[in-house]
Design a protein. Structure first.
Length: 522
C-alpha cells in the first residue's frame, strides 16, 4: 500500500497535522478548565475525529458576567439559537459550577432552558422539546465566581465511547483514560506491549488502533472499513488537497462562525439506540427516528457491518454532535469534513503494514472472549494474542524474540481475582469487593496481599528488563508488590483517585532469556 500511494506513515501523519493546524489560532488568555484553543469549525471536526484523550469538544457561544440568575437568563436569550439548530430538534442542558455564589445549579439549568425555549417561541412560535436520554442537541454551561460561559457540544456522546465496545466486563476502563496512560508510559507502536489482566481489552485495543493509524472517531465517521479498490479515489483526493485547502473558509473564531438560518440541507434527525437483550429500538416520544439510516455518500467509505446492541454505543448513524448543528451544514464545511475523512483513510492505509507486538491475558475466559470480539469490531486485523491464563504463571509472549517492552495493567481488585477460569464460585465464596471500589492503603485482605506478594516475585523472575506500569487505587501497592516505584502519576478513574506506578524490572542473572516461553498460538 505504501508504494501505490507514494506515502509513508510519517508523511501521512504530517499531512494530517498540517491540515488541522491550518485552522488553529491563539489559545484564549484565561482557560476555565480542560484545554482551550481558538479556531474555526474545521478544527472542532478534526479534534472530534482524532483526539484519543478528549472527552468532549465544546464550542463557546457566550462568556458574560453575572450577579444573579436572571443575568444568565438574559445573556443566554440573546444568543441566536435559531442559527444553530431548529425548534423541531430535542435539547439537553448541563451546568457545572466552581466557586459560584448562586444557590441552585438545578435552577440555573432550568433558567437556561427557559431562555433558549423562550427565544425560539418568540422567533417562530415553536420551542424545542427537552430530552435528557438521547438529545439531538446538547448545550453546556460553566459558572465561575463572576462569569457564565455557554457552549454548544460538538461531540454528542462522550468521545471515550468509540463505538467498538459491544461488550464489557464489570468495570471497564474508559478508552480516553487508557489512551492517556499509554502516552504516559512512553509506549511506541514498534514496542512490545503486554497486559496480563486485560479484562475487555481496552489497553490492547487502544494501542492497536494507535499502531494502525485508526482514528478514535473512525466508527462515528463511517471510515473504519475501507478496501483496496478505493485507493485510486484516495490518491486523486490527495493530489487535489493543495487546491482545496486555500478555498476553505479562513480562520474563524467560535463567536463569528458562519451560520445558516434556513433549515439544514440534510436530514439531521436522531436515530435512537437499540436496547440490550431485546434488540428493540429505544424511541423517546420526543425523538422520531429516521425510517432509514443515514448513508455515507462518499465512494471511499462504507458503514460498519455490525449494529449497536448497547445504549451507550455509537455508530455512523449517530455520528457526532456537530452533524446536527446548522453551521456545520454549510457547503464548505461539509467539503472539509469529507477531506478530513479521506485524510484519515490515507493514514490508515499508510500504517496498515505496521507489525503489532501487542498481547494480553486474563484469568477469566469470558473476558478473553469479549476482548477478541471487541478487537475485531475496532477494525483491528486477525485474532489478538490473548489467552486465558493466571497472571501468576503468565510469561512474556515475546520471549523467543528476546524482546522487552511495556507491561501495563489495571488490577481488578474484586471478583476477577477470585474467579478461576471465569466459572461460577461456590456457596462458600467470600463476599466480594466491587471490581473498582476504592481501596485503602495496605489492603488487609490476606488473599489479595498474598497474591500481590507472589506477583511481585513473578515479575522479577519472568520480566527482566521490562517497564511495568500499574494503574491502581491502592496507594500501598508498591509495598504489597515489594518493589520500589521509579515514578508515580496521580490520575482519576472517574471519581476514584488513582496512581499510575512505574517499576523498572532489573536484570536478574538467575533467569535466562531462553526460559521465557511465549504464549502458545491458537
Amino acid at each position: 500500500m505504501h508504494a501505490r500511494l507514494g506515502m509513508s506513515a510519517q508523511d501521512s501523519q504530517q499531512l494530517c497535522a498540517t491540515f488541522s493546524s491550518a485552522y488553529a489560532g491563539e489559545p484564549p488568555p484565561k482557560p476555565t478548565g480542560g484545554i482551550e484553543i481558538s479556531g474555526g469549525l474545521e478544527l472542532a471536526m478534526a479534534i472530534n475525529l482524532h483526539s484519543r484523550i478528549a472527552s468532549r469538544v465544546l464550542l463557546q457561544l457566550m462568556h458574560s458576567p453575572y450577579k444573579k440568575e436572571e443575568d444568565i437568563y438574559a445573556s443566554t436569550k440573546k444568543i441566536t439559537w435559531e442559527d444553530w439548530f431548529s425548534a423541531e430538534q430535542t435539547l439537553r442542558v448541563d451546568v457545572t459550577a466552581q466557586k459560584s455564589n448562586l444557590n441552585s445549579i438545578n435552577f440555573i439549568t432550568l433558567r437556561i432552558k427557559d431562555a433558549i425555549c423562550d427565544r425560539f417561541r418568540e422567533m417562530s412560535g415553536k420551542r424545542p422539546s427537552i430530552e435528557t436520554a438521547t438529545p439531538e442537541v446538547r448545550v453546556m454551561a460553566f459558572l465561575d465566581a463572576t462569569h457564565a460561559t455557554i457552549y454548544a457540544d460538538t461531540s454528542g456522546e462522550a468521545l471515550f465511547k468509540r463505538g467498538w465496545r459491544d461488550e464489557k466486563g464489570a468495570a471497564p476502563l474508559k478508552e480516553n483514560l487508557a489512551a492517556g496512560i499509554l502516552a504516559l508510559t512512553g509506549w511506541q507502536a514498534d514496542m512490545p506491549l503486554f497486559d496480563p489482566m486485560c479484562g475487555s481489552g481496552t489497553f490492547l485495543i487502544e494501542a492497536g488502533q494507535i499502531a494502525k493509524g485508526i482514528p478514535p472517531g473512525a466508527i462515528r465517521a463511517g471510515i473504519l472499513l475501507f478496501t483496496d479498490t478505493h485507493q485510486d479515489v484516495a490518491k486523486e483526493t490527495l493530489q487535489d488537497i493543495p487546491k482545496i485547502i486555500p478555498k476553505v473558509s479562513p480562520k474563524v473564531s467560535p463567536k463569528e462562525a458562519p451560520v445558516n438560518t434556513s433549515a439544514p440541507s440534510v436530514n439531521t434527525a436522531w436515530v435512537a439506540p437499540v436496547a440490550v437483550g431485546s434488540g428493540q429500538t429505544i424511541n423517546s416520544p420526543k425523538n422520531k427516528p429516521l425510517p432509514d439510516p443515514i448513508k455515507v455518500e462518499s465512494p471511499i467509505y462504507r458503514e460498519p457491518s455490525y449494529k449497536p446492541t448497547r445504549v451507550d454505543l455509537v455508530s455512523v448513524v449517530q455520528g457526532f454532535g456537530f452533524h446536527r448543528l446548522k453551521p456545520f451544514q454549510e457547503k464548505n464545511i461539509l467539503s472539509t469534513w469529507e477531506i478530513l475523512k479521506q485524510l484519515a483513510v490515507l493514514q490508515m492505509q499508510a500504517q496498515s503494514q505496521q507489525v503489532l507486538r501487542i498481547a494480553g491475558s486474563d484469568i477469566n475466559e469470558q473476558m478473553v472472549g469479549i476482548t477478541k470480539r471487541n478487537w475485531q469490531k475496532a477494525g483491528l486485523p486477525g485474532i489478538p494474542i490473548v489467552r486465558q491464563i493466571d497472571a501468576l504463571v503468565a510469561k512474556s509472549p515475546f520471549g523467543e524474540m528476546k524482546k522487552t517492552g511495556v507491561l501495563l495493567f489495571n488490577p481488578p481488585y474484586g471478583e476477577r481475582i477470585d474467579i478461576k477460569g471465569g466459572r461460577g464460585d461456590g456457596d462458600d465464596a467470600p463476599k466480594q469487593r466491587g471490581a473498582r471500589d476504592p481501596l485503602p492503603k495496605n489492603i488487609s485482605d490476606p488473599v489479595f496481599v498474598e497474591f500481590l506478594a507472589q506477583y511481585g516475585r513473578h515479575l522479577k523472575d519472568q520480566f527482566d528488563g521490562w517497564q511495568v506500569d500499574v494503574l491502581t487505587a491502592d496507594m500501598g501497592l508498591p509495598g504489597q508488590l515489594r518493589m520500589k516505584e521509579t515514578k508515580r502519576t496521580p490520575l482519576f478513574n472517574g471519581a476514584i483517585e488513582c496512581r499510575l506506578f512505574r517499576f523498572e524490572i532489573r536484570k536478574n542473572p538467575q533467569v535466562k532469556a531462553t526460559d521465557q516461553t511465549p504464549v502458545p498460538e491458537e
